[in-house]
Design a binder for this molecule. Structure first.
Ligand code: ADP
Ligand code: MG
Length: 250
């Protein structure tokens, strides 16, 4: 089943000099339910803009984005964001405990708050490899890696269909990033969740992606299996990016 489909999505913006600039140019992508799609590309290639459009933090100038066959521009953004959760690059912890943070999505939607003994809480804590005795701890006292896991657990607690991740490991050291990568793979497999992640971290991409797309200057130049793209890049642009991936580090 196709979960997400982008059809010829384009975005044009005015730069500070008042000139019109193409940020995304005719991006098309199909993501099957239960798959983990990674989009790689250098800094400024349009990755964040692309992912933000999928939960309507940004709107395309032309083209369509379909979620389960329905054009997302026909969906109420709040309903859409219940189905499509986003985890940001830098984890944001609300004041209070880890449990308070996990309850946040429910509070937003006016839903009854699950308690510490709620199976949904236990399940996301386990999925995100967080010990259950973290629940009463003050979220802001946790390490960055732990906060990133809490932010993931918070996004998953309300049961989204699609998870969007923008550079989820960029503020983490390598071992912590690797562990998060493994967690994302597990979540995709066990939680039968669909994941769309953008990153310039090739190591992470190689470890977790089912499918990979390479975005440069607002265009998808190549897409296919992660194995194919990383080992047999067809374009000079991707070869160059693979040779000097650190160019993309922000
Ligand atoms: P990436 O995430 O791949 O680094 P972005 O999507 O953040 O790329 O940015 C792509 C291009 O769009 C960049 O040239 C950036 O300067 C520009 N851009 C991003 N957001 C805005 C904005 N709100 N207004 C104007 N230009 C923007
Ligand atoms: Mg970005």
């Amino acid at each position: 089943m196709e979960m997400l489909r982008l059809e010829e999505v384009s975005k044009r913006r005015r730069n500070p000099l008042g000139q019109e600039v193409d940020i995304l140019r005719g991006v098309s992508l199909s993501l099957a339910a239960g798959h983990l799609q990674v989009i790689i590309g250098p800094s400024g290639s349009g990755k964040s803009t692309l992912i933000r459009m999928v939960n309507r933090l940004d709107e395309p100038c032309s083209g369509r984005i379909l979620l389960g066959g329905v054009n997302i521009s026909d969906l109420d953004p709040l309903i859409l964001r219940g189905r499509v959760a986003m985890v940001l690059q830098k984890p944001y912890m609300f004041e209070g405990t880890v449990l308070d943070n996990l309850q946040r999505g429910f509070a937003f939607r006016g839903l009854p708050l699950p308690g510490a003994d709620d199976p949904r809480i236990a399940s996301v804590m386990e999925l995100c490899r967080l010990p259950i005795d973290f629940l009463p701890r003050a979220a802001r006292t946790l390490s960055l890696g732990q906060q990133q896991r809490v932010s993931l657990a918070r996004a998953l607690a309300t049961g989204p269909e699609l998870l969007l991740l923008d550079e989820p490991t960029s503020s983490l050291d390598r071992p912590t990033g690797d562990r998060l990568g493994e967690t994302l793979r597990d979540i995709c497999r066990m939680g039968r969740l669909t994941i769309l992640m953008v990153t310039h971290d090739l190591r992470l991409a190689g470890r977790v992606a089912d499918r990979l797309a390479f975005l440069e200057d607002g265009r998808i130049l190549e897409q296919g299996s992660a194995e194919d793209l990383l080992n047999r890049p067809a374009s000079a642009e991707l070869r160059r990016f693979l040779d000097t991936p650190n160019e993309g580090v922000e």
